[in-house]
Design a protein around this ligand. Structure first.
Ligand code: SF4
Length: 502
């Protein structure tokens, strides 16, 4: 068997740099040349389309054997407006389309409700994501939430998250959500600065955002989570510090801090290229903003739950995200939803028409069903640990002694300032935390190389904020392209190197 070190010697210099990075005086800004995206399920095997329904039926008709916590992901593929930086926009909101969609979604939930695999074990976390779930009319939100409580066996201490935007925080909507089981609301604020928000397509000014957040908190019925993005056009370090200060002064229970990636050909990229908007921060500048933020929140009353998520108090558990990253069962519902159960991962149709046709025809609306590789549980364990900022190699070596080879990789990264070995686990340094997705993706690829002796590298385009100049004749992707790769978390779109929805 070829050693990992020798396998990596067969790569080109560029491939090696993509995977291992560089030795630099400042690893925070220079350890890698670009951010990568985590592909959690590289070795899965797609099931032939004609067999997907029968295989899924076999999974669903057996009671669950595992005793781990389980979740459901429900997708709402509509937004009232399209934000310039977003890679997730699917459909413009339209009342007739929304009414038809909610009817299908309720049918999909009802069709699975009596399946033993779903009903004979509790569901601990439900995430309604999008798109903009808060954009649903009060009537449709009530229909959906009632169906969720009717069809899913919610655990007593369930978490039910609704994702959305502050613009929707009006009494007519909030009353419905909070009367029908929502106990966590996750809001994309991105920046509190009115001018920075508005040029990105966000609707409300700072005063309105803060007033609406306070109105939601006043119910005292749910935890309130706010997302911010760093590296936006016109958001210098001072503006970023102000964003963090306003967030810390507000009464939110938790926060996500995401790095902006400008995807080539996206609406934001085109505005910047046309000179109608200031450039976004480079990845090196973003690295400094990340380091500043992690020090800022460490000095205040926030505890870190994952690389980009913090809680202020124990109302915030971030249960869905935690369970999803561990690779537990996630039941998917809705157009574009992803999930996994019984050794299979799936993505449901992303386009409304095939999704609706299949649901109305009594079928689970699979776009793809993938049999997970035997390695998947090892990969889930690695991704889960790295999301929490460390890696303990011993359980991995216990599962497969060949994985002791990873020690060489982590010792190399220790020399380069990305991890620190404390005698038990490798802990990510601040630089390692910023480059965590690169570290995770390379680790996954090396695990596969060690076990299969075949080396594959997932290559992504360079984020446009780092582009020096576009060579003449370079092909540009059409405006609004999703620019997203596989979801690292089944069913959930947010990724550390992608742009937050809503
Ligand atoms: S950021 Fe949210 S609201 Fe804006 S287009 Fe994307 S999914 Fe829709």
């Amino acid at each position: 068997m070829m050693k990992l070190q020798d396998l990596l010697q067969t790569l080109s210099a560029a491939e090696k740099a993509l995977q291992l990075g560089y030795e630099k005086a400042d690893p925070l800004t220079g350890a890698f040349s670009q951010k990568r995206v985590v592909h959690a399920g590289l070795q899965g095997c797609p099931v032939p389309a004609g067999q997907a329904q029968a295989i899924w039926q076999q999974v669903m008709e057996r009671p669950p054997a595992e005793k781990t916590e389980r979740s459901a992901y429900i997708h709402i593929p509509f937004c009232q407006t399209k934000c310039l930086y977003c890679g997730f926009f699917q459909n413009a909101a339209n009342q007739a389309a929304e009414d038809r969609y909610i009817d299908c979604l309720v049918r999909e939930l009802e069709a699975d409700a009596d399946q033993p695999y779903l009903k004979e074990g509790p569901i601990h976390a439900v995430f309604i994501g999008g798109g903009t779930p808060t954009s649903l009319s009060p009537h449709n939100a009530r229909l959906l939430l009632q169906a969720i409580r009717r069809c899913l066996p919610l655990a007593n201490d369930y978490e039910l998250t609704l994702e959305g935007r502050c613009h929707d925080l009006i009494p007519a909507k909030m009353d419905v959500w909070l009367d029908n089981g929502v106990n966590r609301v996750s809001l994309g604020v991105q920046s509190f600065h009115t001018q920075i928000r508005r040029q990105l397509g966000r609707v409300d000014d700072q005063e309105t955002v803060l007033r609406r957040l306070a109105a939601l908190k006043a119910y005292q019925q749910c935890s309130v989570i706010v997302d911010l993005i760093y590296g936006l056009p016109d958001q210098d370090m001072q503006a970023w510090e102000e964003d963090l200060r306003i967030l810390a002064d507000s009464a939110v229970d938790g926060m996500d801090l995401y790095q902006l990636n400008v995807f080539e050909g996206s609406d934001l990229d085109q505005r910047i290229l046309a000179g109608t908007m200031s450039p976004a921060a480079s990845t090196a500048q973003q690295a400094r903003m990340f380091a500043f933020a992690q020090e800022f929140v460490a000095k205040r009353n926030f505890s870190r739950l994952s690389m980009c998520h913090w809680q202020r108090n124990n109302r915030e558990r971030s249960l869905y995200n935690t369970l999803a990253k561990r690779g537990g069962a996630i039941f998917p519902f809705g157009c574009g939803a992803g999930g996994n159960a019984g050794g299979y991962s799936t993505m449901l149709h992303r386009a409304l028409q095939p999704y609706e046709n299949m649901v109305m025809g009594g079928l689970k609306p699979f776009m793809v069903l993938i049999e997970q590789a035997p390695l998947q549980s090892v990969i889930n364990s690695i991704l889960d640990q790295l999301e929490r900022g460390c890696l303990d190699l011993q359980p991995l070596i216990k599962a497969d002694e060949r994985l002791a080879e990873l020690k060489w990789l982590y010792d190399l990264w220790e020399q380069r300032g990305l991890v620190h070995y404390d005698g038990v686990v490798y802990r990510l340094t601040v630089a390692g935390q910023f480059w965590q997705v690169n570290i995770a993706q390379t680790t996954v690829e090396c695990v596969q190389a060690i076990v299969t002796q075949e080396h594959s590298i997932a290559v992504q385009g360079v984020a446009a904020q780092d582009r020096k100049a576009r060579p003449p004749g370079t092909k540009v992707m059409p405006p609004g392209h999703p620019a997203m790769e596989l979801n690292p978390i089944p069913g959930r779109k947010k990724i550390a190197s992608g742009n937050s929805s809503c």
